[in-house]
Design a protein around this ligand. Structure first.
Ligand SMILES: Cc1ncc(COP(=O)(O)O)c(C=O)c1O
Length: 430
């Protein structure tokens, strides 16, 4: 199976890291009409910052699903690998394969659920860690692995209140007992996921945490924490033959417990357990305003595009589809080579600003598929080819993914993931 997109990795400065330059866009993204710049230095610094919150034995798992939240999974993972993260989380099997093909050899946890023998085969072949969410899935994995004569490290997902994937936390013992008796499966982790960690009201988070604690306490009481030696954990009768060893299994004497995403990681060390699964904070964004004082993070992503035409228009002239903006006075407008097909939401039409020559310029008229217009009446020296910053910083002025999210009534995660592959990702090391 080979599913993965191509990625430009071009360095603007400080070419310290040897990252592959491959793909159809590798002819020089910097000269293109529009691109995403990813500051690898910021990512490294953010990891170092997050690590200051963690106890020495707590591992940092970097969540790099959805192409590392739009930043470019392969080169971000390579940088994170060097920055000392202990493993990666992806959503899908192809995302995991893409990392393996890029040379990532740390544990890669697939957070999504796999359900077919072909998926089990791919997971085993690429030595990914599967998330098991139900007993049925565990049995399917076991049967498929027997046919393949392979073994696999898996992680069990307990639903403590997210009501998404996972076995109900109250069935934790039955679930663990079943998986523990399937000799081709080794439980490398037991985890859950918070639904409201970014909410200043901690009520639901506390309830979920108590459920997680309760499930663990029950497992401990049943002797399930001494996983290697518990007599009740003999393989199910009927399992025959020698079971091949699981790569890396000797390194984890007991399953890792984890529940914290970025917000929970920033909020309280009591939520860290053995490992934290951090996405957003690694990319330098805060999950919520009230968590901004916890750490100094730096946003890694900037979105830039070039001006492709400049024109003067008379009062009464309508701009773009539907003439949703009509000039009230003589104006100078600039066309910018980026649009909603690149990930600039059309609902930001007439609602956003950009930075150009260090100044704010309002966007005017409907955002089109490949282009948008800005009012540059106050910038007479502007020329075609100059660079516009849609998200990022110019001097002391900045526009953030949070700004877009607030305008759109959404979350910054969605903004980051929305930038399409048509935009080359260009790595910078500042
Ligand atoms: C299961 C799971 N863990 C961790 C994360 C990381 O969350 P965040 O980006 O808030 O750190 C996610 C993200 O959606 C997730 O689905």
């Amino acid at each position: 199976m080979r599913i993965g997109k191509q990625m430009t990795t071009e360095f603007l400065e400080g070419d310290r890291l040897s990252l592959a330059l491959r793909g159809r866009e590798a002819y020089g993204g910097i000269h293109q009409r529009a691109w995403v710049e990813v500051d690898l230095g910021a990512i490294t610094t953010n990891v170092q910052q997050i690590q200051t919150l963690l106890a020495p034995q707590t591992e940092l798992m970097a969540v790099v699903k959805a192409d590392a939240y739009g930043h470019g999974a392969t080169f971000v993972a390579q940088v994170l690998s060097q920055a000392g993260v202990s493993g990666f989380a992806v959503a899908t099997i192809p995302e995991g394969i893409e990392l393996r093909e890029a040379g990532i050899d740390q544990p890669i946890l697939v957070l999504g659920a796999a359900h077919t023998p072909d998926e089990v085969k791919a997971i085993a072949h690429w030595q990914l860690q599967a998330t098991l969410c139900t007993p049925q899935q565990a049995l399917l994995f076991s049967a498929s692995l027997s046919r393949l004569n392979q073994s696999l490290a898996v992680q069990l997902n307990l639903d403590t209140g997210m009501s998404r994937l996972g076995t109900d936390w109250q069935q934790a013992i039955e679930f663990v007992e079943l998986v523990q008796r399937l000799p081709r499966l080794k439980i490398a982790g037991v985890y859950s996921h918070f639904a409201t960690a970014d909410d200043p009201d901690p009520t639901v988070l506390q309830q979920q945490h108590q459920r997680f604690q309760q499930a663990i306490a029950q497992l401990r009481a049943m002797g399930y924490w001494d996983w290697q030696t518990s007599p009740s954990l003999a393989p199910l009768s009927g399992s025959k033959g020698e079971v091949p060893p699981i790569p890396g299994s000797s390194q984890s004497p007991r399953p890792l417990l984890h529940i914290a995403n970025s917000a929970a990681t920033l909020m309280d060390t009591a939520l860290h357990y053995d490992l934290v699964r951090v996405g957003l904070a690694i990319y330098g964004l805060y999950p919520a305003p009230h968590l901004q004082s916890c750490l100094k993070l730096k946003s890694a992503l900037q979105v830039k595009a070039r001006i492709t035409q400049i024109k003067k228009i008379e009062p009464g002239t309508g701009i773009s589809y539907g003439h949703r903006f009509v000039a009230q006075s003589p104006m100078q407008i600039a066309v910018v080579g980026i649009g909603y097909a690149d990930g600039v939401p059309r609902n930001l039409s007439n609602q956003m600003q950009v930075l150009v020559q260090g100044e704010f310029a309002p966007q005017v008229g409907a955002i089109t598929m490949d282009q948008l217009m800005i009012d540059v009446s106050h910038l007479p020296s502007l020329r075609v080819g100059e660079v516009v910053t849609l998200i990022g910083q110019e001097g002391d002025r900045a526009i953030s993914a949070e700004d877009w999210a607030a305008r759109l009534g959404t979350i910054s995660w969605e903004i980051l993931c929305g930038f399409k592959h048509r935009l080359p990702r260009i790595a910078t090391v500042n």
